[in-house]
Ligand binder design. Sequence first.
Ligand SMILES: CC(C)(COP(=O)(O)OP(=O)(O)OC[C@H]1O[C@@H](n2cnc3c(N)ncnc32)[C@H](O)[C@@H]1OP(=O)(O)O)[C@@H](O)C(=O)NCCC(=O)NCCS
Length: 152
Amino acid sequence: MAKLIKIRKAVDADLQEIVRVWKKNIKTINTASDIANLFGYFKKYFFLAVSTASDFEDSVIGFVGGTIRSGHGHISGIAVDKKYRMKGIGKSLLRAVEYEFLANGLEKVTLEVRKSNRDAIRFYEKHGYKQSYIVKRYYADGEDAIVYEKRI
Ligand SMILES: CC(C)(COP(=O)(O)OP(=O)(O)OC[C@H]1O[C@@H](n2cnc3c(N)ncnc32)[C@H](O)[C@@H]1OP(=O)(O)O)[C@@H](O)C(=O)NCCC(=O)NCCS
């Protein structure tokens, strides 16, 4: 049966899959319990991309984890499993969380990205994010972060 990809809100039962996709795809400083805490506080800003062959069979292939930081929307994590990339799924996830931020009165979105993460930088810039400033040695391994922001 042909597989469909759909975007839906995350629910409690999705936490394990979010942690799996997050840790598999993002060189992260977040532990599983950090991710669980973010999810606990900011669930309504977490969306999933699921591949579905029928109504009963869902497999998570991507997610976006939105949070609120300093009164702004913040993208804490976004990832799509490798074999599903470059098909517009990241774009759909980003749109979903930006729409939710806006619906909740949040008009600015911020995020950090590793200086070396060219794919993500290209992705964010394509979607209107502008470089704001650099945080030296933000990541545990000493890499700098670039902070991006966008008015939505
Ligand atoms: C960033 C990410 C979520 C994008 O997801 P995606 O589903 O591939 O994105 P889309 O298909 O919607 O968008 C593709 C666009 O993103 C950029 N992009 C993403 N991957 C790219 C690559 N390998 N090479 C060049 N551009 C890339 C491009 O702008 C591309 O569009 P273009 O070719 O028309 O310029 C995905 O690459 C990913 O999961 N990366 C690993 C996790 C990560 O680094 N997350 C960000 C830090 S939290």
